[in-house]
Design a protein around this ligand. Structure first.
Ligand code: LCV
Length: 259
């Protein structure tokens, strides 16, 4: 049985978490399928990814699979931990990733959602950072990634109380971009995905990668600067860039080739 259901239609790739018996806990197996799904979408020409759970779910994800946490004496969130690999796969994916959240989100799954590019919540979406419930010393990269996106005073309250925050408060704190009624949730999300799929994939992928590199809160090393310049040159030297400009001048829709 697939732990993540993958579907690709009109260049929109949808990954649906599908392990309700374990409340979509982020196990090694589930993360493996999630990363494989992203790789498939990249290969098959998707322009945007939606990460969701089954419609009507009460628990979007229960976070790291606690049964897989190492016994004491080993870092529970080391660089190669499955949760860390999933977060890097989302952040380094050249396609925008929309998180479509209904139900409760726990622990490291909150960071996974926050690291998606456009989190959209239904009214019952809630978020609880729970390392203090398990005695886990959350990792510095994760703390930096969360505090880069979410109001620091709210992040402290979430870490220190392990209590969920929801609705408007989650949107105001910066966890959610949009809070949408259940009736509009599906249509709003897929309409946004469709609009992204009409735009230049090269331009979007290089803007996303620049934001990732610049967002790591450290002075730019010469190598990082040159990598950014190379990424941007790849776009403005591209046929797509010419096509985007020409199509505008010719008052027609651009035909992106990704080259
Ligand atoms: C493995 C699970 C899990 C689970 N792992 O259903 O952020 S950090 O640093 O802490 C990081 C290390 C992290 O993300 O840690 C995980 C943080 N997650 C949590 O604290 C949430 C733990 N889960 C729960 O509190 C409850 O399961 C919720 C509230 C999510 C759902 O409650 P509900 O009553 O609907 P159950 O608890 O009955 O869970 C159903 C089955 O899923 C397993 C759980 O052990 C149970 O398995 P059995 O049917 O075999 O008893 N399960 C739930 N969460 N994170 N397994």
């Amino acid at each position: 049985m697939a732990l993540v259901i993958c579907s690709l239609e009109d260049r929109i790739g949808t990954l649906t978490l599908h392990h309700p018996e374990r409340r979509n806990a982020l196990s090694t197996a589930l993360i493996g399928e999630l990363i494989a799904g992203i790789d498939t979408f990249k290969r098959e020409g998707a322009r945007v990814v939606i990460l969701r759970a089954l419609s009507g779910t009460k628990v979007w994800s229960a976070g790291h699979d606690i049964s897989e946490l190492p016994k004491s004496g080993r870092d529970p969130l080391a660089y190669d931990d499955p949760l860390e690999r999933a977060i890097r796969a989302v952040r380094e994916c050249p396609l925008p990733v929309i998180a479509m959240i209904e139900g409760s989100v726990w622990g490291g799954a909150c960071e996974l959602v926050i690291c998606c590019d456009i989190p959209i919540g239904a009214p019952n979406a809630s978020f609880a950072l729970t390392p203090a419930k398990i005695g886990v010393p959350y990792n510095p990269a994760g703390i930096l990634r969360i505090t880069n996106e979410v109001d620091v005073s709210v992040v402290k309250e979430m870490f220190f109380t392990a209590l969920p925050i929801a609705g408007e408060r989650a949107r105001e704190a910066g966890i959610l971009n949009h809070l949408v009624s259940h009736e509009d949730f599906e249509r709003f999300t897929y309409d946004m995905a469709k609009s992204i799929a009409q735009l230049s994939p090269l331009s979007i992928s290089v803007i996303k990668e620049q934001m990732r590199l610049l967002g790591n809160a450290h002075p730019l090393t010469p190598e990082t600067f040159e990598r950014i310049q190379g990424l941007r040159r790849h776009v403005y030297d591209s046929k797509d860039y010419q096509e985007g400009v020409t199509a505008f001048l010719e008052k027609r829709k651009p035909n992106w080739t990704g080259r």
